[in-house]
Design a protein around this ligand. Structure first.
Ligand code: SF4
Length: 312
């Protein structure tokens, strides 16, 4: 790998959380980072042209983000994330991510910087970042220092999100929990638009990924002991923790997602005591056309809070 000064980070998939750690790590090592622009229709169109039809909307968007970084940096960071523990796996898309990207963009010959881990490697995050530093020609002590500082930044970022959300949960008004994968919840083309609609209709929106992660993971075992996917674990655990503190839940999924299709259905059947709206976003329309459904959902919650239809 030639000399790398600038690293491109596609603004998609787990960049919505781990991006804080990645950017801080690279910058601690003296590199510059370029983040692809926020998702929009154009980025989706770029990605859709590259992807096989049956791939999920977040992956199509991710490919659009990769394409927008071509020629803008010395290397594009595409990690292979299998998960650190057997019961905390990522979906298979993450295990194949660098291979998929290299193959799909093979005619453009992008320089892909990657790092790889999987639960059967018996590795941990610190070791993974030491190997990433080594791939960039940095010494063990430089990489260790950079990882320590980046991890601290990431922890502070997550704590700040959690703290801010706890204040919102204590406040008055109608609270809606948006439940889903971080990149579905916060991508402006997907959940970002739904949160905007909910906000416009007067709701305070809180998110499953801004809940204390350890507590959510622990609580998720009350929901399922065998579910293998860590992001669905966090999400279901957070729903279990917050369901009594919110007025409704909007369950967001991006079509077609294998883990969500199993887990969300189970969630809808298990959580009965609170209104839940399940929305599936697809590549054709994204969040467009969801306004009527969100509006009706908000009406139902308002009527219920006022004592039910019978009292009006
Ligand atoms: S978990 Fe679902 S939405 Fe996320 S990458 Fe895998 S298939 Fe796509």
């Amino acid at each position: 790998m030639g000399q790398i000064h600038t690293i491109g980070i596609p603004r998609g998939l787990m960049a919505y959380r781990s991006g804080v750690l990645w950017k801080a790590f690279f910058e601690e090592l003296g590199l510059s980072c370029v983040i692809s622009p926020k998702s929009d229709r154009q980025i989706l169109e770029k990605g859709t042209k590259r992807a096989a039809d049956e791939t999920c909307l977040p992956f199509k968007l991710y490919l659009g983000h990769v394409e927008s970084l071509l020629g803008e940096c010395d290397a594009i960071f595409v990690p292979r994330m299998g998960g650190y523990r057997p019961k905390e796996k990522m979906c298979t898309r993450y295990e194949a991510l660098p291979d998929l990207v290299k193959n799909i963009f093979r005619n453009q010959h992008p320089n892909i910087l990657t790092v790889s881990y999987d639960w059967y490697d018996h590795t941990d995050e610190a070791k993974v970042y030491l190997s990433l530093g080594a791939a960039l020609g940095r010494s063990k002590s430089e990489s260790k220092k950079a990882y320590g500082a980046a991890r601290k930044k990431m922890d502070q970022w997550m704590k700040a999100k959690e703290k801010k959300q706890n204040i919102l949960l204590e406040g008055d008004g109608l609270k809606i929990l948006a439940a889903g994968h971080p990149y579905v919840l916060h991508d402006p083309f997907m959940g970002g638009e739904i949160s905007r609609l909910l906000g416009k209709m007067g709701a305070t929106v809180v998110f499953t990924d801004y809940v204390n992660r350890e507590k959510a993971l622990k609580r998720s075992y009350h929901f399922s002991k065998v579910m293998p996917w860590i992001i669905n674990r966090e999400m279901t655990g957070a729903v279990m923790l917050l369901r009594e503190r919110v007025d409704g839940i909007v369950l967001l999924s991006a079509y077609p997602c294998g883990p969500d299709s199993l887990v969300n259905d189970m969630l809808v059947r298990k959580v009965k005591e609170i209104p839940m709206l399940s929305l599936t976003l697809d590549a054709q329309s994204g969040a467009a056309g969801m306004e009527t459904r969100v509006e009706s959902f908000m009406d139902i919650i308002r009527y219920q809070k006022a004592g039910g239809y019978g009292n009006h």
